[in-house]
Design a protein around this ligand. Structure first.
Ligand SMILES: Cc1cc2nc3c(=O)[nH]c(=O)nc-3n(C[C@H](O)[C@H](O)[C@H](O)COP(=O)(O)OP(=O)(O)OC[C@H]3O[C@@H](n4cnc5c(N)ncnc54)[C@H](O)[C@@H]3O)c2cc1C
Length: 288
């Protein structure tokens, strides 16, 4: 590999919850060729692997990740491919795409400006806000599947609220967004309103992964958690936020087990009061 390859890398350094054990290997390939070389090397040795973005939606177990974690942070180019189309590589930050579109007089994707993370993570999670998801604005995805790089139109893929079903081993290399003409000042306004709203609603004061649970159809997870009396509940260093009860926080010294146990307590309490089984939005990875 031309990029970076680290051994026994603490995943707490690469996740917003700041918990989790080490990854046996942590790889940062320089480009697609380097990535393919790495994948071949891992396949020859039967080493499992996992691709991550910036870890804003990841809970890594205390035992850590057996195998390799691959970060696409060097895949960071954005281009205006043709009228109304913008292509962003997987490691580009969401806000950078909104700013690039704005500078080209385009818009329609302002709702991702305040979502922390990269395009790769946002696409896999179908990240969104205010009722919109990023995949609705996506014309096609460039995916590395079984050693072949291909473009997929959205109607060739299965996706929905906060998920995109990819095949095991698929890696999103880039996304191409179909945007519309928009006055840059209007985009500026969208970004400002989003920032203000997040400052007032998400100012939770401690590390988090945003909403921990998905909203069940037609319901708000935070309301169910409140109704179950779990606002402020604690296990070790993990706590249900007093500000936004769908945020679980690391209030100091939390372990991944603290989060898993707190999440189980929340789910049990919600089921007992509302007969609803909450589903984690946060991806739980690593050896349990
Ligand atoms: C304060 C806060 C607020 C948040 N607000 C929102 C919000 O409003 N809306 C929302 O939807 N989310 C929100 N989130 C959650 C999080 O920001 C999103 O899920 C984000 O898209 C995660 O991006 P990431 O790059 O960090 O991905 P990661 O967390 O690193 O990864 C997420 C998933 O994507 C997979 N993945 C990453 N890159 C690739 C790739 N290139 N190819 C294939 N799979 C890949 C990973 O394996 C993992 O399963 C918030 C989080 C925080 C901390």
């Amino acid at each position: 590999m031309r990029g970076k390859l680290l051994r026994d890398e603490p995943m707490s350094l690469h996740t917003s919850l700041k918990v989790g054990g080490t990854a046996d290997l942590y790889a940062v390939p320089e480009d697609a060729e380097d990535l393919e070389q790495l994948l071949n090397w891992l396949a020859e040795r039967n080493i499992p692997w996992l691709t991550i973005g910036r870890g804003y939606n990841l809970l890594v177990s205390d035992k850590g990740v057996r195998g390799a974690v691959i970060s696409l942070e060097c895949f960071n180019r954005i281009s205006n491919t043709e009228d109304f189309l913008i292509r962003a590589e997987a490691g580009v930050e969401n806000l950078a795409v909104v700013r690039f579109a704005q500078n080209n007089g385009l818009g329609g994707i302002g709702f991702i400006s305040g979502i922390p993370g990269t395009i790769g993570g946002a696409i896999k999670m179908n990240a969104g806000a205010y009722g919109e998801g990023i995949l609705e604005r996506t014309a096609y995805l460039t995916i590395l599947r079984n050693g072949i790089i291909s473009d997929f139109r959205l109607d060739q893929l299965d996706y929905g609220y906060r998920h995109l079903n990819l095949k095991d081993g698929d890696i999103v290399l880039a996304a191409t967004f179909r945007l519309e003409k928009r006055d840059p000042l209007q985009t500026e306004d969208e970004i400002r309103r989003d920032t203000e709203l997040r400052r007032s609603k998400h100012n939770v004061g401690y590390p988090s992964a945003g909403s921990f649970f998905k909203n069940p159809a037609g319901q708000a997870a935070w309301r169910l958690i409140d109704a179950a009396g779990m606002r402020g509940a604690k296990v070790g260093g993990a706590q249900v936020s007093e500000v936004h009860s769908n945020f679980l926080l690391n209030i100091g010294g939390a372990t991944a087990s603290d989060f898993l146990n707190l999440a189980t307590a929340v789910k049990n309490a919600v089921f007992a009061t509302s007969c609803v089984t909450l589903e984690e939005e946060v991806r739980i990875v690593g050896e349990i």
